[in-house]
Design a protein around this ligand. Structure first.
Ligand code: 5GP
Ligand code: SF4
Ligand code: MG
Length: 460
């Protein structure tokens, strides 16, 4: 999901949030929502669909105030319905709160039971609503906003980057492992005013300047008084989702002081060094495989070419909830350039193979277009374990690399050769401390313990 928040009296906060969400659209295309606060009153609009479908000028004009929180949804828990759209708005003793969540809790069963005992009315089915209700529960037992929120976060286990609006200010929070990203910016013409966004591309679009990341286990509280920081977690550690860097975040977003485009170029170069192949051209799978394909071409000396043209108006295939939708989505999406491909030995680079359905279709497409050899190179290691922290990599039995060897996968997707990047290579080219990432979907080393019951739902 994508989250955005702003505190800026005198600015059109709904419109700034709209643009922020527009830049974060790739993080979720199922629903979009904005909540604003004008004095004590909360205004909310959320619907199924893309940001551009959900909002227009007149809807934005009905979202007044100084504070706004926005969300684009990619569902990993709860069904794909408008009741599950966010922000989740909940009433408390101190007024309403509006919560936008990116990530996934692993202790929802327990949290739900606790909240049901406290007589909370559980309307929707998402873990995000549970967090909002947990805060309301704490606030209604007499705590102030900050105290109440921190007490609630201590009851949550899992991945959560949150932006929470209240009548008093906006909070930005990351879980103690910092699995999902969250950055702080300041408005260019008013550096006293702060913005929160999942990625820096959400700041760039409104001309805000990047200040810093919210730290793992940190809460920032943005009010009239400015920005205050609280480190609320006992043992924070850095475990950023490596898939954010490989695939999920936009290539123009900055993490660790460089664009992800640059990181993905290095992934491709490393891949070429590890698994060279003789070929005429290197192509990438648009859009996410392109930077690594360019890196592969640079390191191998094989010319880079565009071999597949993407219809930019079709959403990410992976994110659509059903298999049938996924398959028809893919047919709509990529068209081969026959005159580039015909008679050529091709290296095709993609960022990941999850189920393998994308790759098999693409390989057939390339052969139909006249490719004589198709060699696939993947700029991440085999995905062998499901994600419990907010990326929808499905249950383990859906993951092709969980049950098949590289040779078996090569046969199934019908390539002449197949190679994946090594885990060492992936981590080495981050140029960061290799312990500061979650890599569980490649090695099953889950940084946040996953309760047995939850594990069983996705593991074989
Ligand atoms: P599959 O192997 O499941 O058919 O699809 C892999 C492709 O889906 C890759 O091109 C990758 O860019 C794309 N993709 C879309 N969403 C996701 C996601 O959430 N995680 C991963 N790893 N890949 C995704
Ligand atoms: Fe990211 Fe994989 Fe960890 Fe999930 S399991 S948070 S996708 S690295
Ligand atoms: Mg892709």
């Amino acid at each position: 999901c994508g989250v955005f928040g702003i505190y800026a009296p005198g600015e059109d906060v709904a419109k700034l949030t709209y643009f922020g969400l527009y830049a974060l659209q790739h993080r979720g295309q199922e629903s979009a929502g904005i909540a604003t606060f004008a004095r004590e009153k909360v205004y909310l609009h959320k619907e199924m669909g893309l940001v551009s479908q959900v909002f227009n000028e007149s809807i934005l004009q009905e979202l007044p105030g100084d504070i706004a929180v926005g969300h684009t949804r990619y569902s990993t828990t709860g069904s794909s319905r408008v009741v599950n759209a966010q922000p989740a708005v909940v009433a408390t003793r101190l007024g309403s709160l509006a919560l936008a969540h990116n990530g996934n809790l692993v202790n929802t069963v327990q949290l739900r039971e606790e909240l049901q005992k406290a007589h909370c009315n559980l309307v929707t089915t998402t873990d995000s609503e549970l967090v909002a209700l947990a805060i309301a529960d704490e606030v209604d037992s007499g705590k102030a906003w900050l105290e109440g929120a921190i007490a609630a976060f201590q009851r949550c286990q899992g991945a959560f980057s949150l932006v929470i609006g209240t009548p008093a200010g906006v909070m930005g929070v990351r879980d103690p492992n910092g699995i999902r990203p969250l950055v702080i910016g300041t408005l260019a013409d008013n550096p006293q005013r702060y913005v929160l966004a999942s990625e820096t591309c959400g700041l760039d679009i409104i001309g805000a300047d990047y200040l810093r990341d919210v730290e793992p286990g940190e809460l920032v509280w943005i009010t009239e008084a400015g920005l205050a920081s609280f480190h609320w977690a006992q043992q924070p550690q850095r475990k950023l989702c490596i898939f954010e860097m490989i695939y999920f975040a936009r290539p123009d977003s900055v993490m660790h002081s460089e664009s992800l485009y640059t990181y993905r170029l290095r992934l491709g170069r490393q891949l070429a060094q590890e698994s060279p192949v003789e070929a005429d051209i290197v192509i990438g799978v648009p859009d996410s495989g392109i930077p690594a394909a360019i890196g592969f071409a640079q390191a191998s000396g094989i010319p880079y070419a565009e071999g597949l043209i993407k219809n930019r108006y079709v959403g990410r295939t992976f994110i659509q909830p059903t298999q049938t939708m996924r398959e028809s989505g893919l047919r709509m999406k990529l068209n081969p350039l026959k005159d580039v491909l015909a008679g050529k030995k091709i290296v095709i680079v993609d960022d990941s193979i999850v189920r393998g359905t994308t790759s098999r279709k693409l390989v057939r497409t390339l052969r139909d277009a006249g490719a004589t050899e198709v060699h696939m190179r993947v700029s991440s290691p085999p995905v062998t374990h499901p994600c419990f922290y907010g990326i929808d990599t499905d249950s383990q039995d859906q993951l092709i690399a969980a049950t098949k060897s590289v040779a078996e996968i090569a046969a199934q997707i019908e390539v002449d050769s197949l190679a994946y990047l090594s885990q060492e290579g992936m981590l080495k080219v981050t140029q960061e401390d290799t312990n500061t990432f979650c890599t569980a979907c490649f090695n099953g080393d889950y940084p946040i313990p996953v309760p047995e019951l939850v594990k069983r739902s996705k593991l074989m």
